[in-house]
Design a protein around this ligand. Structure first.
Ligand SMILES: [Zn+2]
Length: 660
């Protein structure tokens, strides 16, 4: 996952050669010093904005585009930093201040995106002799101005502004309700942990009363669902997990959908889904709907087979079972892996101590892309956070932080968060990974290793694309539904024997055996249809919440309908998955993007598959043609430049139907 900035805002705005006296943000501010920082950023931003609005014709690159770039860099960076602190700062008061600051910066950006004087000026810039990147920058910025409603009447613009502010506020409330709703179950004794790995049991000792408390945070929840033998306890735990954010988010979500619908209508779109897909690769809500149907055409038959296999396995333990529920699948999946593929995920885990995985991923990056990664000596916001620099020869490419372990109050998933946008000859890109992995010599599941490399893929994309003079073309400014593709493609490397044997060794130093990797790869394709259909359920829920007027919409009913149509799981009374489904704010209607970009990733991977995963020439070509351009070209062209032909869904169909 990545964090896209300020939703309706042109991806990550930036560029700029004008020096602005940015107030430096202390790495461990108090709430008060954070507020001072925020006020300074806002006031500098307001100054830049009013200067922009008073520029006189004739408009040029120097007098208009560069100051505009400077404004965009300024607001984007301050907003990125607020967003990082909101997600990870150890001090709850700073997190709160950061959330408030992000909203104020969003307001400032909205003022920019609704500014008539700037829009009018931008239309008059003479581009006849401008280089292609400048033209692209202006074209995208004009498009985004129009998408923000700049050409509407004063009254409508005022309504739009208010709606956008409401949407951030309500959306943040939705996210906060999920984050803060950490639920627990209590076990009566260690015997109820039967089936779990010994390190998990050791980390969950009974308290003075002999009870063991498990929270709904992933490091507690996921292993339990996979390994715990007790079906009843998994069910009870699942019911807690699937009610995070409920009931408060039921109303919050409908308010969010209503505000977004009103916004889309004011912008002359039929609904929010039409609005939000219009500037994506997919182009329209109808295409998104068709795509979901197309993929379900590939995945449905394999899903039925998988379902039967899960049920067969379940009836060995529960002879009368006729359905497989959500809390049973990870456990059954693990059992089938053990029995049919002779794959014990705990046997696999011994090769993936966190420190080795980290080293392996840094080495892979260095070898494949010919760069050097060094420790960066700089203050960090928590003593578990590390900092690094990436060099290409002597050239500093970018800097990043690794904030990888869970702690109280921290964002609970995995994502890349930008901190500073890259601007050619001005500032290098800076970003942080935020994850919740086991630390040090503790063992990771192979799926966590895959997540690590996935998020690292976003980081590399952000670093390698951070050298445009127009910040709006830097970083992850490509179409949003392409953003996941490079990361999803990179996941393939954690299934590659040669790559794995370089870092995956057990405590005795023995590398992961080839026969084990072969079994892992066989097991990997099992249940792919099943899991894909569940993803299509999420995608259709997200699309259908936003492709209509939410007035009178019953969200529970909609979720149930979509689940019945796509998900392999039966409905469970008293579970309210949507209330804890954070993407319904962050991704709104476009959760389909994960499947879409997976289809594109599968297609791009065909070239590495044919020419070699460690082929440095292909990797260089990929870095230059797909990653480095950022948003300077439409994603479809980047893929075509790399593959030598337009993208298609053939490789993805083969992956899903098992022919790949
Ligand atoms: Zn991602």
């Amino acid at each position: 996952m990545i964090r896209k900035k300020l939703a309706a805002i042109p991806a990550l705005m930036m560029a700029a050669a004008v020096s602005t006296q940015t107030a430096a943000l202390a790495i461990t501010p108090t709430a008060q010093s954070f507020n001072e920082y925020c006020e300074a950023e806002l006031s500098e931003g307001r100054k830049l904005l009013s200067q922009l609005e008073s520029i006189q014709a004739p408009y040029t690159t120097q007098n208009l585009l560069q100051p505009m770039n400077a404004f965009q860099v300024h607001v984007a960076d301050a907003s990125s930093q607020s967003s990082v602190y909101l997600a990870v700062h150890p001090n709850a008061k700073v997190r709160k201040a950061a959330g408030e600051c992000d909203i104020k910066l969003g307001k400032l950006f909205n003022e920019f995106s609704l500014s008539r004087p700037i829009y009018n000026a931008l239309q008059q810039v003479d581009l006849s002799k401008a280089p292609v990147d400048t033209r692209r920058f202006v074209e995208l910025t004009l498009r985004d101005f129009q998408r923000s409603g700049v050409d509407k009447s004063d009254a409508v613009r005022q309504q739009i502004k208010t709606l956008r502010e409401d949407i951030s506020r309500v959306g943040q409330q939705f996210a906060t309700n999920i984050r803060e709703d950490v639920r627990t179950i209590k076990l009566d004794s260690a015997s109820q942990l039967k089936g779990l790995p010994t390190d998990y049991i050791a980390a969950h000792k009974p308290d003075a009363e002999g009870k063991i408390t498990l929270t709904t945070a992933y490091p507690d929840y996921q292993p339990f669902m996979r390994y715990a033998e007790s079906d009843a306890l998994r069910k009870a735990y699942f019911l807690e997990f699937s009610n995070r954010g409920y009931p408060q988010n039921r109303e919050v979500l409908m308010e969010l959908a209503q505000k977004r619908f009103e916004l889309a209508r004011l912008l002359d779109y039929k609904n929010y889904a039409e609005f939000v897909t219009a500037d994506k690769m997919i182009g329209s809500a109808g295409n998104a709907r068709d795509f979901i149907e197309k993929v379900s055409g590939f995945a449905r038959a394999p899903m039925e087979q998988d379902k039967q296999e899960f049920l067969n396995r379940l009836t060995q333990e529960q002879p009368h079972a006729d359905k497989v529920y959500r809390w049973q699948k990870p456990y059954l999946h693990d059992q089938i892996q053990k029995e049919r593929f002779r794959l014990d995920s705990q046997e696999v885990r011994q090769y993936f101590a966190y420190n080795k995985v980290k080293g392996g991923i840094l080495d892979l990056t260095q070898q494949l892309f010919g760069v050097t990664i060094k420790k960066w000596d700089t203050p960090v916001w928590h003593n578990s956070v590390e900092a690094y620099e990436i060099y290409d020869g002597k050239q500093l490419v970018g800097r990043f932080y690794l904030d990888m372990f869970p702690r109280e109050g921290k964002y609970q998933h995995a994502r890349l968060s930008p901190i500073q946008v890259g601007v050619k000859d001005q500032q290098v890109p800076v970003a942080t990974l935020i994850t919740n992995f086991p630390s040090g010599e503790n063992l990771m599941g192979h799926n966590q290793v895959e997540t690590y490399l996935h998020e690292f893929g976003h980081l590399l994309h952000y670093m390698f694309s951070g050298n445009h003079r127009w910040a709006a073309l830097s970083g992850l400014s490509t179409e949003w539904d392409f953003v996941e593709a490079p990361s999803q493609m990179l996941e393939e490397w954690v299934w590659d024997l040669e790559t794995l044997q370089k870092f995956a060794t057990n405590s005795e130093g023995k590398p992961i055996p080839a026969s084990l990797v072969a079994r892992m790869k066989k097991a990997r394709s099992f249940a792919r249809g099943f899991d894909t259909m569940q993803q299509l359920y999420y995608g259709s829920l997200s699309l259908n919440l936003y492709d209509r007027s939410p007035k009178g919409l019953n969200i529970d009913q909609l979720a149930n309908n979509m689940q019945s149509r796509y998900s392999p799981y039966p409905l469970v009374e008293d579970s309210h998955f949507y209330a804890g489904f954070g993407h319904l704010y962050g991704y709104s209607a476009i959760y389909y993007t994960y499947q879409w970009s997976l289809a594109i990733a599968s297609d791009m991977f065909t070239r590495f598959k044919a020419e070699g995963l460690n082929n440095k020439d292909v990797a260089r070509d990929y870095r230059e043609k797909v990653l480095a351009p950022g948003g300077s070209k439409p994603a479809a062209e980047l893929v075509e430049d790399f593959l030598g032909r337009p993208y298609n869904f053939k490789a993805y169909e083969e992956v899903l139907t098992g022919k790949g």
